[in-house]
Design a protein around this ligand. Structure first.
Ligand code: ASP
Length: 441
């Protein structure tokens, strides 16, 4: 019998998880049962993925750089990556702004709904914590991000999942220095990292065996912890605009993949789908990163020297879905609360949402923190910020799940574009989880 493809298994796990979550909301003890007995399996899975993220970036990026015979190639890859990331993010924000200005979801929202949402959420700890986090981030100077990128202790950086850019900085430094000491002297270290890289990719295969069960757990928990369905309905038009924008982004990526890299867009979407389904279930590009890397390298076939740099950098700085959402949300809140937005205000949104997507952490809900900074940049009254966030808070989680899918699809697309632009042929090199199982036995 033909083995069922991984993405189907994950999809079945997701659907069953959602159904089970809805079933459990009918019982008083249901949500607590899911939190105590089901959710831990989802949490363990996310922890396993995060556990291998730093070893994977380290091994894969060192291997990628030390395989390059010429450092100028690396500069080439770096510059192209940043330029293409900025371009795709601008496309995303523009699509979001066009849609929200055309459809105007904020105009139809009634005073009653605004009052109800404000009452329910403006003092909610979720909203207040986002406002506090935003004011902390705002206090830093303009070059703070450069300063933050350089670790003062390599081992501390390697020990902290939120210092992804520091790890990338250290690893690039290490890889380039390995190139400079010459092949012979660098060989022992290179062999070590090559082997570590293979081992960690095998760990991804093994962790993915439990993905269908994990997504069941994660999604049933999302269902039992989500807000009042009536309020979700009131925000249907706004959510619809975000979702439409996100779908257009997937169409845009498919077109780019088809025309620019001459890769079948359908095959691309099929191969990246397990990573997309995980992004949806975990709402975190960082947790999904190991799977994105495995899919792009082994199943789509982008060379490690490109994917090992483009993908971890992308997970941290390239968030097309998030920036599209920030554009839509900022205009929606302005429309709903009657704040006049000028054309230059909209341009400010493009710029700040671009910077905000670079600054957003790759974790659930981070996009909303940076939205506060976008709102402040357009001069939105500070006393109404909590009300603004309260308006969109109820639907933030489902939209976060969807924008994370777009974030990682964007990273994968850009890695293919960079590969093609430096003349690489994209060819799959699939390894299965049980390749050497007989020998081991
Ligand atoms: N959850 C998103 C990510 O990890 C970030 C956000 O939009 O909140 O990519």
């Amino acid at each position: 019998m033909r083995k069922m493809e991984l993405h189907w298994k994950i999809l079945i796990g997701m659907v069953l998880g959602i159904l089970f979550g809805f079933l459990m909301t009918n019982f008083e003890w249901g949500p607590k049962f899911i939190q105590d007995w089901i959710n831990p399996f989802g949490t363990i899975f996310v922890k396993l993925l995060k556990l291998i993220a730093i070893p994977l970036i380290l091994a894969s990026l060192v291997k990628g750089i030390s395989d390059l015979k010429d450092i100028s190639k690396f500069r080439n890859i770096g510059l192209r990556t940043i330029a293409i990331y900025i371009a795709t993010t601008i496309v995303a924000i523009t699509i979001g702004l066009l849609l929200v200005n055309l459809i105007k979801p904020g105009n139809g929202i009634s005073e009653d709904t605004i009052a109800q949402l404000t009452e329910t959420y403006s003092n909610d700890s979720g909203v207040t914590s986002k406002l506090e986090e935003a004011s902390r981030q705002k206090e830093s100077g303009p070059l703070q991000f450069l300063e933050d990128m350089v670790p003062d202790n390599a081992f501390n950086a390697l020990g902290d999942n939120s210092s992804m850019l520091q790890v990338i900085f250290f690893t690039i430094f290490l890889g380039i220095s390995m190139l400079l000491i010459g092949e012979k002297k660098a060989k022992p270290l290179k062999d070590f990292f090559d082997s570590l890289n293979d081992v960690v990719l095998k760990m991804v295969d093994l962790i993915m065996l439990s993905a269908p069960i994990a997504v069941f757990a994660l999604l049933s928990n999302v269902v039992v912890s989500s807000g009042d369905p009536d309020l979700l309905l009131a925000l249907l038009k706004y959510s619809g605009v975000v979702v439409l924008g996100l779908i257009l982004m997937i169409v845009f990526y498919s077109l780019v993949v088809g025309t620019f890299t001459r890769y079948n867009p359908w095959t691309f979407l099929q191969k990246i789908s397990p990573a997309q389904l995980l992004a949806f279930s975990t709402s975190s590009s960082a947790a999904t990163l190991p799977v994105t890397m495995e899919r792009v390298e082994e199943h789509i076939g982008v060379d490690k020297e490109i994917s090992s740099f483009v993908l971890p950098v992308g997970a941290t700085i390239n968030m097309d879905g998030t920036s599209l959402y920030q554009g839509v949300a900022a205009v929606f809140i302005s429309q709903a609360l009657g704040f006049e937005l000028t054309f230059s205000g909209q341009l400010t949104i493009v710029l700040t949402a671009l910077l905000a997507s670079i600054g957003s952490a790759a974790v659930p809900g981070a996009g909303m923190v940076m939205l506060v900074i976008v709102l402040e940049a357009i001069g939105f009254p500070a006393d109404k910020l909590a009300i603004g966030l309260a308006l969109i808070f109820a639907v933030d989680r489902p939209l976060d799940m969807l924008r994370t899918v777009v974030n990682i699809t964007g990273d994968a697309t850009v890695s293919m574009m960079v590969a093609k632009s430096v003349g690489q042929t994209i060819k799959p090199k699939v390894k299965n989880w049980d390749d050497n199982l007989d020998e081991v036995r």
